[in-house]
Design a protein around this ligand. Structure first.
Ligand code: MG
Length: 368
């Protein structure tokens, strides 16, 4: 690896909460990645909604395949820019661990239900999973990941929550930046979902070919594809266009970010942390990214069929939360908890559910 001097360095990591002897074979970021892959929360991503509820079809992205695509994009960018690939991969694979069943609809509902107990936020929940909730190790709670992986997982955080988090929350109070690896994963995430949602939207029939052609960036790139391969079939045509669009975003991100590196002349990761955000897209591609998001919101996320899923999610999470809070013995909580701890326990339990387990539990509880 040809690392920049201001890339994250496992040898100079700010460390794990519980001190451990180093591995003989792997650097600390590889070890973090491996712990994430072997965790129960990671396996459950397979059955969690990205946009389409898992049982809608086997051909759509799930949180697991989304996370793998983010990791693939992030590793490519990290390698090109001389940043630490293993760290970018570890953050990518963990970035969505805290998502509830049924995607954003599930999170919004759980957040409303948890309002008087501190709310629910999926970024914070991802950190809670790796810090506290995973329980496969004898010596410590959670996965005991390095500071760098944890700081990358905690992408956003309110000031109020940051005050409770100690060192990992400090950057939100002092308005500092995380590593460049963490910064690039946020872009890899957006590049991944903007493009795979177009693909899934089209293949589901919810987004039509005509709608796609009304999107200027898609139209521009698809015309290029068509003129180069006039006999291409429609499926390959859409795929080739999406592939080329993604490539344009990734190339632009690498060029823009490298130019920033050349300008700033950082010497170490602390220079990165004290500067403004560095990884980014050019003005032109930033606008294109916004237009993709806007398009997807109108054409897909607010589509009546997706809205039906949103309403179902609201109903399921609502009932689960209320029933489990009233009858904690249903989930084997026998010790006496105060109401706040009990609500937190129920919220963790529901957030950890897969779509189908949430539906099965809902059906069971409806009969009670
Ligand atoms: Mg994501």
């Amino acid at each position: 690896m040809n690392l920049k001097p201001f890339a994250a360095d496992p040898q100079k990591s700010l460390g794990r909460q519980f001190k451990e002897a180093p591995s003989k074979l792997r650097n600390d970021f590889q070890r973090d990645r491996d712990r994430i892959i072997h965790s129960g929360a990671f396996r459950r991503l397979e059955y969690k909604t990205q946009v389409f509820v898992n049982h809608e079809g086997d051909m759509f992205r799930t949180r697991l395949t989304h996370s793998l695509e983010v990791a693939q994009i992030a590793r490519g960018i990290a390698r090109t820019l001389g940043l630490h690939e293993d760290l970018a991969e570890a953050i990518s694979l963990a970035h969505d661990l805290g998502h509830t069943p049924f995607g954003h609809a599930g999170q919004t509902t759980l957040n409303q239900l948890m309002r008087e107990y501190g709310g629910f936020e999926h970024n914070l929940q991802s950190l809670r999973i790796v810090d506290v909730l995973e329980n496969d190790y004898v010596d410590f709670k959670g996965l005991n990941l390095t500071f760098e992986t944890r700081e990358g997982i905690l992408k956003h955080c309110s000031h109020k929550n940051a005050l409770k988090l100690g060192r990992i929350g400090e950057r939100f109070i002092k308005k500092k930046q995380p590593s460049l690896e963490a910064q690039l994963v946020n872009f890899a995430d957006e590049i991944a979902y903007n493009h795979h949602d177009i693909d899934d939207g089209y293949r589901s029939g919810l987004v039509t070919f005509d709608q796609l052609n009304d999107l200027p960036f898609f139209n521009e790139i698809s015309s290029e594809v068509k003129s180069e391969s006039p006999l291409i079939n429609e499926k390959q045509f859409i795929k080739s266009t999406i592939r080329r669009m993604m490539n344009i975003f990734i190339m632009d991100l690498c060029q823009y970010s490298q130019a920033q590196f050349d300008k700033k002349k950082f010497n170490c990761i602390d220079d990165v942390r004290n500067a403004k955000p560095i990884i980014g897209l050019s003005e032109d591609l930033t606008k294109k990214q916004q237009s993709l998001k806007q398009f997807l919101r109108e054409a897909l996320y607010l589509h009546p069929r997706v809205q039906v899923m949103t309403e179902n999610a609201h109903e399921v999470i609502n009932l689960l939360f209320k029933k489990l809070l009233q009858n904690p013995s249903l989930i084997n909580i026998n010790e006496h908890h105060n109401q706040h701890d009990l609500a937190k326990f129920v919220s963790d339990y529901i957030a950890g559910m897969t779509d189908r387990f949430a539906l099965q539990t809902y059906e069971k509880l409806c009969q009670h």
